[in-house]
Design a binder for this molecule. Structure first.
Ligand code: SF4
Ligand code: SF4
Length: 180
């Protein structure tokens, strides 16, 4: 049958000639291939010293946003978890108590909120599903770890710090979410 790639080679088991047994021509051919690749422009970069410029639509590590008063936007409605095709999101909801109005914007908040980064496929559906503009994907890279448990990100990793807000406007462009 004709090969689809047209790269099929018929293997021959005929005895090697004297020149072939010297292996020199094959070694020289191999060295030429190596040399050719050495002179080519590298497609790889020396990460993390060098970093590529990401596309504006790049989807990386999530952030749980706060409002302009520093309160958590998330109301633990669970829509992001339902929308997630990888079932990477889990949370436990809690009622906001009197005196906590400065911490949580809504009457209900996520007491725990976890994303399993090993399951996440960075599709952005959680962001799309969120009615409170609480969760966004950013251009941050999820750091590498040695233990699987390290990839379960809780609120300590996801909620933005009051004094270190994460700008998502560049990635979001000029759409509705770009104004957040
Ligand atoms: S980006 Fe996609 S896979 Fe990752 S948590 Fe959100 S919905 Fe789930
Ligand atoms: S991040 Fe948004 S969708 Fe997910 S629980 Fe919080 S408010 Fe609901």
């Amino acid at each position: 049958m004709e090969s689809l790639s047209n790269r099929k080679k018929v293997v021959s088991d005929k005895p090697m000639t004297f020149v072939e047994r010297l292996y020199l021509p094959a070694i020289i051919r191999g060295m030429m291939v190596t040399l050719k690749h050495m002179l080519k422009r590298r497609k790889t970069i020396k990460y993390p010293e060098e970093q590529r410029v990401f596309a504006p639509v790049y989807r990386g590590m999530h952030v749980l946003k706060r409002d302009e008063e520093g309160r958590e936007n998330c109301t633990a409605c669970g829509l992001c978890a339902v929308a997630c095709p990888a079932e990477a999101i889990t949370m436990i909801a809690e009622e906001r108590k009197k005196g906590e109005e400065h911490l949580y914007r809504e009457e209900k908040y996520a007491e725990t909120y976890e994303i399993n980064m090993l399951r996440c496929i960075f599709c952005g559906l959680c962001e799309e599903a969120c009615p409170k503009e609480a969760i966004f994907l950013t251009d941050r890279i999820v750091p590498t770890e040695y233990e699987r448990g390290e990839f379960i990100y809780g609120k300590d990793m996801l909620v933005e710090k009051v004094d270190q807000r994460i700008d998502i406007t560049k990635r979001q462009g000029t759409g509705k979410r770009g104004k957040i």
